[in-house]
Structures are given as C-alpha cells and as structure tokens.
Design a protein around this ligand. Structure first.
Ligand code: DQA
Length: 147
C-alpha cells in the first residue's frame, strides 16, 4: 500500500489514440500506462492502472484504494462533470488525490468547465496532453515522499 498509486481512468479513455486524436492525441492508454509504470518505478512507486466505462466500477476501485493505495491519480473523464458519487468516494480516501485531464477543459464547452472531483483533489492538471499523467506521477512521488 505504502508505495502503490492507483491511476483510475473513466469512460471512453479505453479508446485513447483512436478517440478524437486532434483533442486527445495519438497515444493509447497502454502507452500512457507503460510510461507511468516506468516513471513510477524510478521513484520507487508501483502504479495500478484501471479504466472503466461504468461509474460503479470506478467507485468500487476507489473503495479498494482505501486499503491498497497511498495515492490516487484520476481522470474521471465525463464523470468529472456529473458525478457526486465519485466525489463522495474520493472523500473517503485518506491519501493525496490528483486529477488529470488530457485536454484543457476550461477552453472547451462550458459544461466541461466544472469538475466535482476538483473539490477533493490536491491538484489538477489539464491541457498538457497525455504528458499530464507523467507530471502527476512526478507530483505524487513528491507528495508521498513528504508525507
Ligand atoms: C477529459 C475531459 C472530459 O471533459 C471528457 O469528457 C473526457 C476526457 C480529458 O482528459 O480531457 O472524456 O477528462
């Protein structure tokens, strides 16, 4: 638990690389996972990568993280803008939470400007492309070292 970070991805991110590449880029979620895994191991961390299109599976994974993870990096995708239930689950997690968005949600449609999850996140990265995941692993390593 002490060195495990859950990286949780919401709906449609399984199609990263194929999905609107002009917005989300060409890298697949497997590419992102490989980069995060190797970067995390440089910091003595282990990442557990997870993606689901189902809100309840994301919530169940956050519940698991209470026992199994020191920190959570989450891209809740469209559930960012709708899910009080995911916020409630994150509020029961004790470690640091970092929120990632590949695109700059503030430069897009107004319904994407608000994220319920941001109220719980120590930090939010948006608009850095898939590099945002790597930056959040770096930040998580720093936060966990300080704790
Ligand atoms: C996203 C932004 C959300 O608005 C969108 O619904 C997604 C992906 C991002 O990573 O930029 O699915 O979270």
């Amino acid at each position: 638990m002490g060195n495990t970070v859950f990286v949780i991805n919401g709906p449609n991110l399984n199609l990263l690389g194929l999905r609107q590449p002009e917005i989300y880029g060409a890298e697949t979620l497997a590419d992102v996972e490989n980069k995060c895994t190797s970067l995390a191991s440089d910091h003595g961390l282990v990442v557990h990568f997870f993606q689901s299109n189902a809100e309840h599976e994301i919530i169940d994974t956050i519940h698991r993280a209470r026992q199994e993870a020191a920190g959570i990096i989450i891209n809740p995708a469209a559930y960012s803008h709708t899910s009080v239930a995911i916020l409630d689950a994150l509020n029961m997690f004790e470690g640091p939470v970092l929120e990632v968005h590949i695109s700059n949600i503030h430069a897009r449609e107004t319904f994407r400007h608000h994220s319920y999850v941001s109220a719980r996140a120590e930090g939010v990265i948006a608009g850095f492309g898939t590099q945002g995941y790597e930056l959040s692993v770096e930040r998580m390593a720093r936060l966990l070292k300080a704790s």
